[in-house]
Every structure is written in C-alpha cells, then in structure tokens.
Write a protein that binds this ligand. Sequence first.
Ligand SMILES: [Fe+2]
Length: 328
Amino acid sequence: MSYLPLSDIKIGMTLNQVFVSPNAKMIFGQGTVVNEYLLSCLKGWAVEGADVLEVATADFNIAEIEKMVSDIVITLENSTTIEKHGQVTTEAHSKIETELKRIFLRTGYHGVIPLDTILNLVNTRIYPRLSQKDSFIQLHTDSSSGDYLYRHALDVALLSGYLGRWLGYGDSDILNLTLAGLMHDIGKTRFKSEVLSKPDKLNLEEFNIAKIHASYSYQLLAQTDIVPNAVLNAVLQHHERIDGSGYPYGCSDTEVTMLARIIAVADVYDALISNRYYKRSVSPQEAIEIMMFQMSGQLDTHVLACLIEHVKKFDVGGKRSVLHNLAM
Ligand SMILES: [Fe+2]
C-alpha cells in the first residue's frame, strides 16, 4: 500500500481508501479498481493523490488457461450427467458451465469482461432455460467443489431469474437479474487460486480481502459502460443485508435495491446447498432453516417466502413433506 500523487496512479491499481464526490452522489469504495473514468472523476474533484494497492496478478498464464479449459471440456464430454438427490443435470447445463469457466479465466487474465459473449450466453442459452421447469430442479444437482465459482454463477443466474419471474417482474428486470446473478462474483477472478480453493475457512485478514470482490465485480462491469445501473447496483450490493450487517457499505433497509435482495437470497441459498472446499452441502430444508432463523432480519422476507413456496412446490430432494412443516 502506498500514497501516490494522482499523476502516478495508473489504470488497474486498486484504491485503498474511499472517495466521495463533492455533491455526495458518487462513491468510489475501498477496493475499487482504477479505470479511465475513475481517474477523470478524481481529476474533476481536484483530488491530489490516493492510497492504492498493488494489483493482484493472476497466478497462471494463457497457455495454462487454455489447457485448463481443454481439460474441462474433455471431462464434461466423458461425464455428461452428475447425480444428486436422484436428479440428473443435462449436457446443456454442463456446457454453459464450461463456457462460464472460459469467461471467468479470461477475465482474470485480461482484467476485462467479454461482455458480448456474456450477453449472448444470457440471451440465447440461460434466459430460455427459465421456461424449463426442470432447470430449477437442476440447481439442486450435486457436483464437486472444484468448479464451484462457475457453477454457482450459473445457479444464481437461474435462481435469480426464477425468483424474478415468480415475484411478477417483467422481462427487462428478469434479464437484468439473470445477468447480475451470472456476474455477481466475477470480481473473484482477481484473487489468487489459493484463496478461492483454500480447504479451510478464510481467516479474518483473508476474509477482509475477499470482501472486496463485490466492488471488483462492480468495477469490471462498470468499465464496459453499457451495463444498466440496476445490474451494477445489484452486483455491488449482493452481500449487503437488510439489517445493515452486510458489506461493502453496510447499507440497510431501503438502501438495498430489490434486485440486490433477490440476488442475495439466490446467492445464500445456492451457497448453502452446494459443496465447498471447506464444507459439505446442506439439504434444501436445512438451508431454508438457516436463512429463516440464523439469518433472521438479514434477507428480504418476501423474496425468501417466494423461494420457500417454490422449493416446496417443486419437491426438491424429496423434502416436500418436511418443508411443509416449516413455520413461515
Ligand atoms: Fe459474492
């Protein structure tokens, strides 16, 4: 970390302090990646310098990325079905995960999101799956913890899209939810793989660094200049909590947008029912109990009630009878 005059601050560095615009309508949080737009704002605000961090460089090269992608394709082609709770994922689902891994790895390497590829993926291959009811069941299929980042992105995109549809949102909002769900953790591509695949829970220092990922995701999307604000805010706020206990800003109540609340419910639910490096998955019933009771006051109750209703309805994991007994 070091203080640099504005003239020495380069694109790609990371802010280690917060900047608020003179009219208090714009904030660049700690962890924001410097881009051309941010620099122009700081100049316009007559900022003389800033505390910045070195850029976290990716710990692999492009040849290694290509090999990793090739290995994934071969693995998936040899194993097109994965079982969990007696359900089977389709080959199409797996191929989307493969494409996502390619996108995430390239974003980590180049520091730029291939937005055209992502929008094409959302419009032609993910959004249409929301009309297939088995896609919701597939969210509950098992997988190894190794590819969690990519599978979780697809799961949150689908689940957020479903929640938007069940809650009565229009096509535009549902597309925004799907895109935000897909990209909410793209900022984690800036972290070294040891952090992402650590077999134990992160210590406090590591966790504080990892918390920057929501800001990273926001910045990667914002630098494209065409992602809607609704998506940017949902991504930035997906770890904010209604009671103010979340991050990065500790927003509360009405400060947290509805789309962010939906992404938060989808994110927490999928994280709980998924295998991670440091923990096994829990059942849909246990996940909902945790969200209702251990996280009481943190998540939007209307969105959570909608999820519970449809987990019951789709009878995921044969837990229907148990879920019917849950108090709302
Ligand atoms: Fe996240």
